[in-house]
Design a binder for this molecule. Structure first.
Ligand SMILES: Cc1ncc(COP(=O)(O)O)c(C=O)c1O
Length: 381
């Protein structure tokens, strides 16, 4: 018999959309991909060269379970330089992607029945990690009219004796919105640890991203190289945590993952030290697409009230068309060959929305919107 935790974990629906799109492609159909949250850029050349060097030099062994000291020092410098916060290398654990870092943090925090406060909508996988570890996600609505930002009063009301942390993700997946610094500050003042997923930092077009560490030491930071450095397949991320948690998390890492990939770690040192111009180049291109999409969606009456400020997503309200975003997304795929992510993937309050990713060329985005327009005219009357 298959264990309940394995039977009951929900799928990551965006992967189901992608896999259905791939079936259509093997049948010769041309699908426009606006579903996946993955940079369309290649990893910058200097990073690839650093990896090739590491490989040639035989740096192919296990590393320290916390990660290479040189990489942790580079992360320290990055946080000092970008946010003016001082982080010690011994408070960092390098992991095989941000996802394992999430696992380590939740595993170190949650006893059965403990609660983690999450925004709704939210990145699809958070509640699944929490439930898998016996915890309970407690949702606080974030509303379109409020820029999809927490209302601190509502967070306060959601706190119980079992609350272990409040999660913030800014800029956010799926909404692309930033949490203003004064809100992070107020959340920090609640005295509950913050878990701050900073994976989209570096991809901000309006305003400025802030680390939770600017406001409190009582925080767990998640970050990684997948998005800003276009390194999804390298599988490299990290966490920053209070000292008392490091040894327990290190033991989990040693047992379950041993260490993060060595070649990716060497490459990441170069990413932090040399790839900022590449990050800026990619950011500028995303911004151009974002501006195009906002005005094109406006013409289609699908634009959000405010343009997203970061990441590479638009979360568009389609409640006037459907209350079943799952069915709508698959119908759009079948009828006009555009893959989009149903809002329900991101929680109950994501229902009635679709997420469009602009991690795709402007040419594809234009073709995708043209097809969406056709779909709306023909099938969504
Ligand atoms: C908000 C957020 N956090 C974490 C991740 C996971 O990233 P990684 O590739 O580093 O595991 C993603 C991936 O889409 C994400 O959107």
């Amino acid at each position: 018999m298959i264990a309940v935790r394995a039977r009951e974990i929900p799928p990551f629906i965006v992967m189901d959309v992608l896999e259905r799109a791939q079936v259509l492609e093997t049948q010769g159909e041309e699908v426009i991909h606006l579903e996946v949250g993955e940079p369309d850029f290649e990893t910058p050349a200097c990073i690839k060269q650093a990896a090739a060097r590491a490989m040639t030099e035989g740096k192919t062994h296990y590393t320290h379970s916390l990660g290479l000291l040189e990489l942790r020092e580079a992360i320290t410098e990055h946080y000092q330089h970008k946010y003016g916060v001082s982080v010690k290398p011994e408070n960092i654990i390098v992991t095989a992607g941000t996802s394992p870092a999430m696992f380590l943090i939740f595993a170190a925090l949650i006893e059965p029945g403990d609660e983690i406060i999450l925004p709704d909508p939210h990145y699809a996988c958070y509640p699944n990690f929490i439930r898998f570890l016996g915890g309970r996600p407690v949702y606080v609505p974030v509303r379109e009219e409020n820029g999809f930002v927490y209302e601190v009063e509502e967070v306060k009301k959601a706190i119980s004796p079992r609350t272990k942390a409040v999660l913030i993700n800014s800029p956010a997946n799926p909404t692309g919105m930033l949490t203003p610094p004064e809100v992070i500050k107020e959340l920090a003042e609640l005295g509950i640890p913050l878990i701050s997923d900073e994976i989209y930092h570096g991809l901000v077009y309006e305003g400025k991203e802030h680390s939770a560490l600017e406001f409190t030491d009582n925080a767990f930071v998640l970050n990684g190289f997948s998005k800003a450095y276009a390194m999804t397949g390298w599988r490299l991320g990290y966490l920053i945590a209070p000292s008392a948690f490091i040894r327990p998390m290190q033991k989990i890492q040693q047992n379950f993952f041993i260490c993060a990939p060595s070649i990716a770690q060497y490459a990441a040192i170069t990413a932090l030290k040399e790839a900022q111009p590449d990050v800026e180049r990619m950011r500028a291109i995303y911004d151009e697409r974002r501006k195009y999409l906002f005005s094109a969606l406006k013409e289609m009456n699908l634009a959000p009230k405010r343009p997203p400020q970061g990441a590479f997503y638009f979360f568009i309200n389609v409640k006037h068309i459907t209350t079943n975003s799952y069915r709508l997304a698959f119908d759009i795929l079948e009828k006009v060959r555009v893959a989009v992510t149903p809002g329900i993937d991101f929680g109950k309050r994501g229902e009635g929305f679709l997420r469009l990713s602009y991690a795709n060329s402007l040419e594809d985005i234009k073709e995708g919107l043209k097809r969406l327009k056709t779909y709306l005219e023909r099938y969504a009357g």
